[in-house]
Design a protein around this ligand. Structure first.
Ligand code: NDP
Length: 445
């Protein structure tokens, strides 16, 4: 049996009932085959793949809090510190009812390679809770965040592990968590969290970074394959942080984003999504997308899923994992879509990815195309260490350069290993090599 197959079977046997984790490991291992074959004796002797698929540390804890009615409530809290070989653990916190150990492990495993691809010194981690922020009052959110941090603070620090936001965790939640951390620890340790408010150590450009970065990489990928992003019709899913700023940057590049979605339904706006209306509905009023169409009479609202049935040149899944299935991929291909770049983490299922690739659709995996968020988080850490702030132009220029470099890095890695145009393999290989080399250099730990 091949080394890779052995490892994958071991992962499934040792981590039962963790389908998202299995899926992420399978996708990465599969594309590492040419590298592993070349170095098999060394990797086997050092148990490199065994160590790569085993998190360095998993912390699980109880999060007690009291709701506005005086009722005590309990949620599960997690932090998975996957691999710290290239820098402090780094990765977001997700508050969503679908959070469980499998989701945390898949996200933190992916984060290793993503962070490695940015070229910045950051290891991989992820955390969160099955707490559902929807419908909670501001005070409930604050009490929850304080309770979460009262446990989490023991395991993090500016040089140890630096969490950030993710689904359900934005500027408000980071603010409350930072406040509690500071209260417990005393003193200023701004570098312990990223995505902070601008008045207490946040970086300009962080809010926009993932969506903007996605478009910088997508434009480069299109350009290197003979296409211009200007004039393209773009289908976007999601209506949160990543989707909103992807839509904004798409307009700035002369493209036309025509869809967005949330967990209840989706919008098709033939005139293009109006970013200001979208921000007002989702960021300011925290309302549902049914409110969007009230302000945009030409737009249509549909219950359920359906973004990928719209005719588009480029598709950007920006909501959550496993939201673009094989049947969606078939619709995209039939409608003439030429490129898919993932804004979310693992939104495309494995069979859908393969279908898109084998039908000539340019496909960039999230660990590369959504790395702009963590890249600017890395820049926030650098600014915190320097006690200095860069202008928004300085941050944006660095982000742009990082995303262009990431694309060429994975394009080159794919070519070097004889898989030209396979950006999934390129991203996995390029991300893996840096982590693997650091692990080998540091001995068996
Ligand atoms: P937000 O919470 O801001 O937005 C998430 C969006 O996706 C919302 O519109 C939400 O709808 C929708 N959504 C969430 N879960 C589901 C679900 N199970 N089914 C259907 N729709 C769903 O999160 P972000 O925009 O920050 O994150 C989106 C994705 O991007 C995630 O995969 C995240 O891991 C990834 N990512 C985020 C980064 C960042 O910097 N924020 C960085 C890199 C990756 P609703 O409001 O109805 O729940």
């Amino acid at each position: 049996m091949s080394y890779i197959k052995e490892i994958f079977e071991q992962v499934v046997a040792q981590n039962p009932a963790q389908p998202e984790f299995h899926q992420a490991v399978e996708e990465v291992l599969e594309s590492l085959a040419p590298v592993v074959e070349k170095n098999e004796a060394l990797y086997r002797r050092e148990a490199l793949l065994e160590r790569l698929v085993t998190p360095e540390r998993v912390v699980m804890f109880r999060v007690p809090w009291v709701d506005d009615q005086g009722q005590a409530r309990i949620n599960n809290g997690y932090r998975v510190q996957y691999n710290g070989s290239i820098g402090p653990y780094k990765g977001g916190l997700r508050f969503h009812p679908t959070v469980n150990l499998s989701v945390m492990k898949f996200l933190s495993f992916e984060q290793n390679f993503k962070n490695s691809l940015t070229g910045l010194p950051m290891g991989g981690a992820k955390g969160g809770s099955d707490f559902d922020p929807k419908g909670k009052s501001d005070r409930e959110i604050m009490r929850f965040c304080q309770s979460f941090m009262t446990e989490l603070y023991k395991y993090i620090g500016p040089d140890v592990d630096v969490p950030a936001g993710d689904i359900g965790v934005g500027g408000r939640e980071i603010g409350y968590m930072y406040g509690q951390y500071r209260r417990i620890r005393g003193g200023y340790e701004g570098g312990v969290l990223t995505g902070k408010g601008l008045s207490f150590g946040g970086s300009l450009g962080r809010t926009e970074a993932t969506g903007y970065g996605l478009l910088y990489l997508t434009r480069e990928m299109l350009k290197c394959n003979g296409h211009d992003i200007a004039g393209k019709t773009i289908a976007v899913s999601g209506a949160g942080n990543v989707a909103t700023y992807a839509i904004q940057k798409a307009w700035q590049m002369g493209a036309k984003p025509v869809t967005c979605s949330d967990s209840n339904g989706w919008v098709y706006d033939p005139d293009g999504i109006d970013v200001e209306v979208l921000k007002d509905v989702k960021e300011v009023r925290r309302a549902r997308l049914t409110e969007y169409v009230k302000a945009r009479p030409n737009a249509q609202y549909h219950e359920g899923k359906g973004v990928w049935s719209v005719k588009c040149d480029v598709a950007l899944p920006c909501a959550t994992q496993n939201e673009l299935f094989l049947e969606d991929a078939k619709m995209l291909v039939a409608n003439g879509c030429i490129a898919v770049a993932e804004g979310a983490n693992m939104p495309t299922t494995l069979d859908a990815t393969k279908y898109l690739q084998s039908n000539g659709v340019l496909f960039c995996p999230g660990k590369a195309s959504n790395a702009g968020g963590v890249a600017v988080s890395g820049l926030e850490m650098a600014q915190n260490s320097m006690r200095y702030s860069w202008t928004v132009e300085e941050v944006d220029n660095k982000l742009h350069q990082i995303m262009v470099d990431i694309f060429h890095n994975l394009d080159n890695a794919a070519r070097e290993y004889g898989m030209e145009g396979n950006y999934v393999a390129g991203a996995n290989i390029a991300g893996f090599l840096k982590v693997a080399n650091a692990m080998l250099a540091q001995g068996v730990i």
